[in-house]
Design a binder for this molecule. Structure first.
Ligand SMILES: Cc1ncc(COP(=O)(O)O)c(C=O)c1O
Length: 441
């Protein structure tokens, strides 16, 4: 593929933007790709190359790019003229629709990004418990705030024992004092988690976790682990926060909490709720969100752009389309089909690969065994993935930039797009087999 316009734009961009990108995760060597438009399941780069998009706005575009109902809703909202800083009937209606879909929640507040939602949830948890600190799960990404951007995408060799992981900063620039106070617990190891939570319960306001580690691919929690943590946090007076920013509306229309049958005190949603427009949600029990009721003791949950009218218009349309569960069922069926094809192709080309996915999110782990936690994901072969990824891009498919990333399809990925993806997968497995990687037999 010729990407000379992207290269030129990168040379220009790096004079005004560090690395030529506004989110460091978009940086690629030898240069990032720059895009000019998108429609349905496709995006076009500035050189005019068309790609099948399996990034889908980091998983946000559940309905596909430029979905007509979402575009119409936003255009109508633009005509009404209201943007930020006001409450409207729309902001009430979308809250009601959300609570009809996520039945385990009783109250909501809207905000903008997953990171902000996590911080609001943490403040609510502190107000509820009178305690300050937070526990999180090794390998979960819960946004970039100081106490939460901890122990994800790190080298486990520096991460301490599996049953007592160390708190590793996710980036430079975090307040060390906050990172050190964050307790990191292991994933899918209830006994290991129990020991740590019990020993630290007097200082923990909250435990936050992704019910499926999607930010490092796709690693589902065991049901017993989630149910066990729910019961334990209740016993220990720790607020249980489910981070549904990626699982939201994908595993079940009511989120992973419906899929697993777990009722958290608080949960956060984002991404898919507005199909790529900027919106996030803090949802929870009436008791938990009662601390945001007006009064001297309230948690001041504030933000200029909270409940932005354009985002709400998008969410209004998205929730209508998601409500009957058809979108979720369709995405699940398509993911299972890709898993079947992947198994057949892996056997044909003699490649050890685990396709792990659900609800339209997935990752290929070049690993002889299924991946059950962060350290097993890390132990997959990054070189085989790099060969695979390059072949996928060459075949015209945008997939996750590295082996601890994630991929997503949308409602717009129909038969034609799935067949294209399957042909690209075949070519990419052939490339891995030729590369002599330890994952090829
Ligand atoms: C599970 C999860 N939680 C939180 C976040 C943070 O969301 P945002 O990027 O909107 O701040 C992300 C973003 O990737 C996420 O995947």
């Amino acid at each position: 593929m010729i990407t000379s316009q992207s290269r030129q734009l990168y040379e220009r961009a790096r004079l005004s933007i560090p690395g030529g990108v506004h989110s460091s995760s978009r940086f690629r060597r030898p240069h990032p790709l720059y895009f000019s438009r998108a429609e349905g399941a496709y995006i076009w780069d500035v050189d005019g190359n068309r790609y099948l998009d399996c990034n889908m706005g980091n998983g946000a575009l559940i309905l596909g790019h430029k979905h007509p109902a979402v575009v119409a809703a936003i255009n109508a909202a633009l005509e009404r003229g209201l943007q930020a800083g006001y409450e409207t009937e729309l902001s009430v209606r979308v809250a009601e629709k959300f609570l009809k879909v996520v039945r385990t929640a009783e109250r909501v507040r809207f905000t903008n990004t997953g990171t902000e939602a996590a911080l609001h949830a943490l403040q609510i948890a502190r107000a509820l418990t009178g305690k300050d600190d937070v526990a999180k799960v090794e390998g979960c990404y819960d946004g970039w705030a100081d106490p939460l951007f901890v122990s994800v995408w790190h080298d486990p060799a520096a991460g301490g024992p599996a049953r007592a992981p160390r708190s590793i900063p996710g980036t430079r620039g975090l307040a060390r004092s906050q990172v050190e106070r964050t307790l990191v617990i292991p994933f899918n190891d209830l006994e290991g988690a129990r020991r740590l939570l019990e020993a630290n319960s007097d200082r923990l306001a909250a435990l936050i976790l992704e019910p499926v580690l999607i930010d490092v691919g796709f690693v589902p929690a065991d049901r017993d682990y989630l149910l066990g943590l729910r019961a334990l946090t209740q016993e220990l007076g720790i607020v249980f926060i489910m981070d549904e920013v990626l699982t939201g509306f994908r595993l079940a229309v009511g989120g992973a909490q419906e899929h697993y049958g777990v009722v958290p005190d608080l949960s956060i949603f984002g991404k898919a709720i507005a199909n790529g427009h900027i919106m996030a949600v803090v949802a929870g029990t009436a008791r938990a969100l009662s601390v945001c009721e007006p009064g001297a003791e309230q948690v001041a949950f504030v933000g200029t752009f909270n409940g932005h009218q354009l985002s709400l218009a998008a969410a209004d349309a998205v929730l209508d389309l998601l409500a009957d569960g058809t979108v979720v069922a369709t995405l699940e069926e398509r993911t299972r089909r890709l898993a079947r094809t992947c198994r057949e192709l892996a056997a044909k080309y003699g490649v050890d690969v685990q396709f792990q996915g659900g609800g339209g999110h997935f990752q290929w782990y070049f690993n002889p065994r299924p991946v059950r936690n962060y350290r097993e994901a890390w132990a997959s072969d990054p070189h085989a993935y790099a060969v695979f990824r390059e072949a996928m891009v060459e075949a015209g498919v945008v997939v996750a930039g590295n082996y601890l990333g994630h991929n997503a399809i949308s409602l717009a990925h129909g038969e034609e797009q799935l067949e294209f993806l399957e042909r690209a997968m075949a070519a990419a497995f052939a490339a891995v087999a030729r590369s002599g990687s330890p994952c090829s037999r």
